[in-house]
Design a protein around this ligand. Structure first.
Ligand SMILES: [Zn+2]
Ligand SMILES: [Zn+2]
Length: 306
């Protein structure tokens, strides 16, 4: 984060504290938690796409963007590497092969550890080649074959349901340059959807739009909301991403309980992302003021319990 942004945050925080007479050091934690907006007291972060789903028999991950590097480091510090074989087995589901979704893998420390098993799944035909290509000598000093974990690539079929790591997993094709796939995870009564890099065009207004059935009633939907509506219909049509407003409409129509705005526009500052979130919540009020939909924005380290 640039120094001038950090300075701006510190300045804002100190100015807020000066408004509270008699504030002492003992009050500081409460002051930070209750008086400072998230964009001041924290940061949405800058990692590219990667999430972990807990509660399965093994470790389940979607996408291998730069976030997988942090995840690997947390895992290594946790001591799990000395644990059972289940704790050393990873399943990575790839939405697609654009660089922001694969580029963290060479920095994923568990992939260097003998005894670790990594299964990489996806519907695209060329996943293994894409992983190999990003580690050819001109790009990276360690080739894929030189990583010590047992790494395997597994081809999935669109819309077919699989039993993997204690979840029912179903991929579904989305509109994105070169295609992308969302994944539905089901366990017990809970449904979770990971859906990034998808452009929902006019056909999403139809009641027959297949995505509606796919996300119906989900407990949580991670949704590609890179753009504002104006961007999505004006300058960035056909760039393969969606708007926050489309996310609200699709989630409300299908009874989704929690909408998580994901793949934030990389040129936005924390302050712009925070405003984007509050605008999205305002739109929910206009679209359906009775809706109980919870809207959040993803940030590095966000944890959600379903
Ligand atoms: Zn993409
Ligand atoms: Zn992307």
């Amino acid at each position: 984060m640039p120094t001038e942004i950090i300075r701006e945050k510190i300045r804002f925080a100190i100015a807020e504290s000066l408004k509270i007479p008699g504030l002492t050091e003992d009050d500081l934690d409460e002051f930070i938690d209750t008086k400072l907006p998230f964009a001041i007291r924290g940061s949405y972060g800058s990692n590219t796409s990667c999430i972990e789903i807990k509660g399965g028999t093994h470790r389940v991950i979607c996408d291998a963007g730069t976030g997988i590097r942090d995840m690997g480091n947390v895992y290594m510090r946790s001591g799990a590497i000395g644990g059972s074989a289940d704790d050393k087995t990873f399943h990575i589901f790839m939405s697609h092969l654009h660089w922001d979704h694969t580029q963290g893998f060479p920095f994923f420390v568990p992939a260097y550890i003998p005894g670790v098993k990594i299964f990489v799944y996806g519907v695209h035909k060329d996943i293994e080649q894409a992983f190999r290509n990003q580690q050819i000598p001109v790009h990276f000093p360690v080739q894929l074959d030189e990583m010590n974990a047992d790494i395997r690539f597994i081809q999935l079929d669109n819309k077919k349901t699989y039993e993997i790591a204690g979840f029912e997993v179903t991929p579904m094709k989305q509109n994105h340059p070169g295609d992308s796939y969302s994944y539905k995870f089901r366990k017990g009564a809970k449904t979770f959807i990971y859906s990034t890099d998808a452009e929902h065009k006019e056909e999403s207004d139809s009641e027959m739009y297949p995505y509606l059935e796919f996300i119906k009633g989900a407990d949580a939907l991670i949704f590609d909301a890179q753009y504002s509506l104006l961007d999505a219909i004006d300058s960035k049509l056909n760039w393969g991403h969606s708007s926050n407003l489309t996310g609200v409409e699709l989630a409300v129509k299908t009874g989704v309980k929690r909408l998580i705005l994901f793949h934030s526009e990389h040129t936005y500052s924390d302050f712009q992302i925070e405003k984007f979130l509050s605008d999205t919540r305002k739109y929910l009020n206009l679209f359906d003021e009775t809706s109980g939909l919870i809207i959040q924005t993803a940030y590095d380290g966000l944890e959600i319990e379903l």
